[in-house]
Design a protein around this ligand. Sequence first.
Ligand SMILES: [Zn+2]
Length: 186
Amino acid sequence: MKHMKPKVKIIFPGYESAENNGRSCSNVVLIRTDDRNIIVDPGTLPSQEILIEKLKQEKLSVADIDIVFLTHSHIDHTRNVGMFAIAKVLDFWGWWDGDLSSEYQNSDLEYIILYHTPGHSYDGVTLLVDSEDGKIAICGDVFWKKDYPKKDPFATDLKALKKSRKKVLKMADFVIPGHGEMFSTK
Ligand SMILES: [Zn+2]
């Protein structure tokens, strides 16, 4: 039997330093499938208690998280990965199970496809989730927010970033950017 399509939710809304006195934290996203709970980018957060509380509101604890996905290696997205000591980590390099890494296959997770989307950073990865609300691209800082920034001051490769942005907009119905609200591509 096919599983139900995943549910996707921003459980902690991100912000970026220019608008927030030098403080920066990514969106923290929860993907729930029939049999797995996935956190995308556990962020910096003023305190880890906040994330524990947000999970509680979803009737989850830290131990219920099976997978932590990192969109790229910038610390405002990754700092709290250590909170999830028993979760597998998925990033640019593939799976991490403790200290053991292995390649990711797109058949590993039903309804979820991983795309390399470099430009903001060389290791940028986007998850395309075929969710119950449509195709949602969780793209890290390919976009910080809708149409923003026009010219990414931290981009390692602006040309590659332009290509990645185009790709993300084309494949998704909705985009969850690195730091702002979800937006529609239509
Ligand atoms: Zn970044």
